[in-house]
Design a binder for this molecule. Structure first.
Ligand SMILES: *Cc1c(COP(=O)(O)O)cnc(C)c1O
Length: 405
């Protein structure tokens, strides 16, 4: 017992030889998502050795989800991605138990799923694949940078089962059909509107704007265990739940995830949003001051692209002056025994972001020190540190095949 207690205070990463990563890239599956809130950790730990009646636990989660989202009901699944698959499945099968067992064979059933071309994104896997897993047939609406209401309306026919709408920084940010219009058109024709709002803090807005079901990740901003949250109309949520007798079996969550989500949602109600915002702001200010007078560096605080209450520091690097490219700086920061992982999905534009929402107390200072260290090192370099981005990208793609080496 004492040994267990002693172990709990030790960083488990040291025990297993895992690098103690500092996450300034955001909530990333590849880094273990988010810091699970203490209330969820506690609930998970306490339920693990016990038996529970799972259908009641699911019902309890439904109540909690309903309370926070304003929906009639809710369901917890393995991930938001699983939520997309199961919601599409539910739209295809309804409550037909035999059809549920037959999926992904959709013979004789409505199975077309509409999605705007600008929403066909990847969040680590293609959103279309999450739809096809349920037997859904993708029907793209519009072109990547332009979709119109008439294109959606005229794509609906007697085979249309659902329409998926993605809210995310990943999607094309202009020329898309507003959710309200999208939902009005679909719902008037009996087409289920499934909104992927995996990373969005607002638990009510998308349902208010007409979603039949809004899907969230439990392990992102909420700080719950790896899970997905479905919130929506009662009969539709029941049909999603029923998928656990079919393709949902492989996407099931255990008692620990369900209770963990309940605890995380309850903690969300009492979360000190202003206090957390202030702490994030002070990290951003510290980094902005740290970088203020460094040659070739321009740092500005920018808002979240989908209006989540979250700012980031956009760090632009002029390689001539800074003597390092922004992608080489990102790689240098990620090396060593205190790896700092930045938000680097736009490095070809000459910038990365520092995201303060997943910091442990004090880590902002290590980030500042590492920035100074690597930028000073670059200043002293005889040549500009500049690798070929094109080759770097190809190497990155090839590396996945050598994962075990
Ligand atoms: C993260 C994300 C997902 C996937 O969520 P998981 O819960 O990790 O499956 C889906 N859609 C969008 C827009 C996301 O950002």
């Amino acid at each position: 017992m004492n040994e267990v207690k002693a172990n709990m205070t030790q960083d488990i990463r040291a025990q297993y030889g895992l690098r103690p990563v500092i996450n300034v890239s955001g909530t990333m599956t590849s880094l273990g998502a988010s810091i699970v809130v203490p209330a969820a950790v506690d609930a998970i730990t306490r339920v693990l050795p016990q038996f529970v009646e799972m259908s009641y636990l699911h019902k309890l989660a439904s109540k909690t989800i309903a309370e926070l989202t304003g929906a009639e009901a809710g369901f917890v699944t393995a991930s938001c991605s699983a939520g997309i698959t199961l919601a599409v499945a539910a739209a295809i099968t309804g409550s037909n138990l035999l059809a549920i067992e037959r999926l992904p064979d959709t013979g004789g059933l409505r199975n077309e799923v509409l999605i705007q071309a600008g929403h066909m994104v990847g969040y680590g896997a293609p959103v279309e694949q999450a739809i096809r897993l349920a037997g859904g047939k993708i029907v793209p609406v519009g072109q990547a940078t332009k979709a119109s209401a008439y294109q959606l309306e005229l794509s609906i026919n007697e085979r249309t089962a659902a329409a998926v709408y993605v809210v995310s920084h990943h999607v094309v940010d202009h020329g898309q059909i507003p959710l309200r219009t999208f939902a009005e058109i679909c719902r008037a024709r009996g087409v289920k509107v499934i909104v992927d709002a995996a990373s969005e803090y607002d638990l009510r807005k998308f349902l208010e704007e007409g979603a039949d079901v809004a899907l969230y990740s439990g392990h992102k901003f909420l700080g719950g265990p790896t899970s997905g949250i479905c919130a929506g109309e009662k009969a539709f949520i029941r049909d999603i739940y029923l998928q656990n007798r079919g393709i949902g079996r492989g996407m099931k969550v255990g008692k620990e995830s369900i209770i963990g989500v309940i605890a995380a949602l309850e903690a969300w109600k009492n979360r000190d949003h202003a206090g957390i915002r202030a702490r994030e702001q002070s990290a951003l200010d510290l980094w902005a001051e740290t970088l203020a007078d460094l040659p070739g560096i321009n740092a500005v605080i920018v808002p979240d692209p989908t209006d989540n209450p979250l700012d980031r520091l956009k760090v632009s690097v002029d390689p001539e002056e800074a003597r390092i490219t922004v992608w080489d700086l990102a790689v240098a920061l990620a090396a060593g025994d205190r790896p700092v992982i930045v938000r680097d999905h736009e490095v070809e534009h000459g910038h990365f972001y520092l995201d303060p929402c997943n910091l442990q107390p004090g880590e902002e200072h290590i980030v500042a020190d590492r920035l100074i260290e690597e930028l000073n090192r670059a200043q002293q370099s005889n040549e500009i540190i500049s690798s070929d981005l094109r080759l770097r990208l190809l190497e990155g793609e090839a590396a996945i095949l050598n994962w075990l080496d």
